[in-house]
Ligand binder design. Structure first.
Ligand code: ADP
Ligand code: MG
Length: 596
């Protein structure tokens, strides 16, 4: 364990070769954002309470990080650039109990090897500051200069001697966004510190410092920050706290889900799975929660030395952590308002499966062709209603099987009951309407664009700055979907027109979700538009629980029967359930009349 009395740990020394070898080797600086991360980590380790970051030219021209930490004494400064020079670890035992962010003594050496880098630093008891300059690995003699207590690191001409590396970078905007993400990670990891980040001479992100709660608007934008629910608790020596989205709000990707272990952001598949798993059934397919999950566990319980950039960790007892994370998410879900869930279908489904109809499906299974596992698929109930037991295909009945539908009424202010050629048809009005709108949007997209309607009062939506900078890239796709949106300040976008088909229902939440979906660069343009269409349909469709009069019900049913693939919603769930005459007869023990 590190001893607070051991002042040696605050001075720099070369690591013993045995320790150096025990450290996973690897590249630390893969892109400008990684440099920013390492420099901020060093500043935080030095006890800084104020950090400012300035980046120009995608981080290639210049990266500057200034802090008010404890600084370095002049003798130590040249050592700071040496590989495996660190003030933070000295023995193998230390490696298992790492409390600081940096611990490999690799970052400054790596940065100095691929840039022109100057460190200017002054410790509290020094009368002047010292500066040392490194030029692509060559370290110059220190000079005396002036500055307050603290450290500044200026990195210029990054990768100037490794042009191959430059080719892997994502262009100025992409690198700037990645830098902002690094700063956000730091704000979350150290909310008490104040941060100021300038990109290309313009203020891009700043946080005054405070509690985690105080920095949420900076990270998520004001709108999403308000939707986050706090949680905290301890179990088996593991303490969890943070903020997570309720099932009512979700994103199209995971970029805004921050998982921290002992104060460091990590990307860990097991933890990701624990979170996704706890939300299962509460979120539509392809939608993800956002928020912050911060896990504190005994240092012996986690190995942080498994990844060169410390992105991942390994747990001694993964099962214990998994369970604790599950509990935390459930805590959030139990607080979340369930009323008005946009996609209630996913929550209602299991209950339906266990109802009387499930008994029917069990007995009807014998009609299914051999090898056709009908009881597992959510669509199984629909297959069972096929009038001809000999139908070989496990596919859903085609549109024609709905025939015409006559509205009978709405039960429990929820389900529509209809009479159709196939039997009694119970319809989920939200899923049905969603499908109708979705196909309508797709038809419009295939033609030219979704018809739009200008807003009298533009809608302002606050979003995080790293997202806002990319909004111009997707302007054209937004236009196709019927939205006119432009940038309106560093953390704000403005919407001046929305699709005519659902203008009353479009909210700030719809717009921010849409933007996030369209920005997902991993997906093809086609896929993104498809997902955006599904999202738009979901947000503008009638809600489960909305009362519909008979005329509205009939209208919805008329539209449904003319919609292709009407039996499933865009997320693949059934829109309705058909109970055939035969099924009904079997249910009440009456002889089944042969169908002609
Ligand atoms: P590590 O952080 O893994 O120790 P680095 O190469 O990042 O390795 O830094 C080397 C050493 O330089 C650190 O251990 C620390 O003593 C010193 N150092 C670096 N940046 C700062 C800073 N901003 N303030 C004070 N000391 C610093
Ligand atoms: Mg470091």
């Amino acid at each position: 364990m590190m001893d607070v009395m051991d002042r040696r740990t605050e001075r720099i020394h070369l690591l013993e070769p045995v320790v150096a070898d025990a450290i996973a080797a690897g590249e630390v600086v893969e892109r400008p954002a990684a440099v920013v991360k390492e420099l901020i980590d060093n500043a935080l380790d030095a006890g800084a309470t104020r950090i400012s970051v300035r980046v120009r030219g995608g981080g290639i021209a210049a990266i500057e990080v200034h802090d008010n930490g404890r600084g370095m004494v002049p003798e130590d400064l040249p050592l700071a650039f040496a590989r495996h020079a660190t003030s933070k670890v000295s023995s193998l035992e230390d490696l298992t109990a790492i409390a600081t962010r940096g611990f490999r003594g690799e970052a400054l050496a790596s940065i100095a090897a691929v840039s022109e880098c100057t460190i200017t630093t002054r410790s509290a008891d020094a009368s002047a500051a010292t500066a040392v300059r490194a030029h692509f690995g060559t370290i110059h003699s220190p000079v005396t200069t002036a500055r307050d207590v603290g450290t500044s690191v200026v990195v210029e001409n990054l990768f100037g001697n490794t042009p191959a590396r430059l080719r892997f970078l994502k262009g100025e905007r992409g690198e700037h966004a990645a830098v902002l993400r690094s700063v956000m990670d730091a704000i979350i990891a150290a909310p008490a510190c104040s941060f100021h980040c300038e990109i290309g001479e313009k203020a891009a992100l700043s946080s005054q410092g405070g509690e985690l709660r105080d920095v949420l608007p900076v990270i998520f934008g004001r709108g999403d920050a308000e939707k986050l629910l706090p949680f905290s608790g301890s179990e088996d020596g593991i303490h969890l706290h943070g903020f997570l989205s309720s099932p009512l709000s979700h994103h199209g990707n995971r970029t805004h889900l921050f998982v921290l272990v002992n104060g460091r952001r990590i990307h860990n598949a097991m933890l990701q799975h624990a979170i996704d798993d706890a939300y299962r059934g509460y979120l539509p397919a392809g939608r993800y929660p956002f928020g912050i999950v911060s896990i504190d566990c005994p240092r012996e319980a986690v190995d942080v030395n498994v990844h060169p950039t410390k992105r991942d960790v390994r747990f001694v007892e993964p099962g214990v952590i998994h369970r604790a994370v599950h509990r935390a998410v459930w805590q959030v879900l139990s607080m979340a308002p369930i009323e008005g869930l946009p996609l209630t279908t996913s929550m209602v489904e299991p209950a339906v499966e266990h109802s009387l109809f499930a008994v029917q499906s069990a007995s009807a299974r014998k009609y299914a062709p051999p090898g056709n596992i009908v009881q597992d698929a959510p669509s199984s109930s629909l297959q069972l209603t096929l009038p001809d037991p000999g139908v070989p295909s496990p596919a859903l009945p085609r549109i024609s099987s709905l025939g015409t539908l006559r509205a009978v009424g709405q039960i429990r202010s929820t389900w529509l009951v209809a009479e159709g050629d196939a039997g009694i048809v119970l319809v989920d009005p939200h899923a049905a309407h969603e499908k109708i709108l979705y196909e309508e949007i797709r038809r419009a997209l295939a033609g030219e664009a979704v018809p739009m309607q200008a807003l009298l009062v533009p809608l302002l939506v606050s979003m995080d700055p790293a997202t806002v900078v990319h909004v111009p890239d997707i302007g054209e796709m937004l236009m196709q979907l019927g939205f006119a949106i432009d940038v309106f300040g560093e953390d704000m976008i403005r919407c001046t027109a929305v699709p005519a088909l659902g203008r009353e229902h479009v909210t700030g939440g719809t717009i921010s979700s849409l933007v996030m979906d369209l920005l997902d660069e991993v997906e093809t343009r086609e896929k993104r538009l498809h997902r955006a269409a599904a999202l738009l349909a979901c947000h503008t469709a009638v809600r489960l629980g909305d009362a519909l009069d008979l005329r509205e019900q009939q209208h919805l049913l008329d539209l449904l029967v003319t919609t292709p693939e009407a039996l499933t919603c865009p997320h693949g769930r059934p829109t309705c359930r058909i109970i055939s005459d035969g099924e009904m007869r079997r249910a009440v023990g009456r002889p089944v009349i042969d169908q002609v």
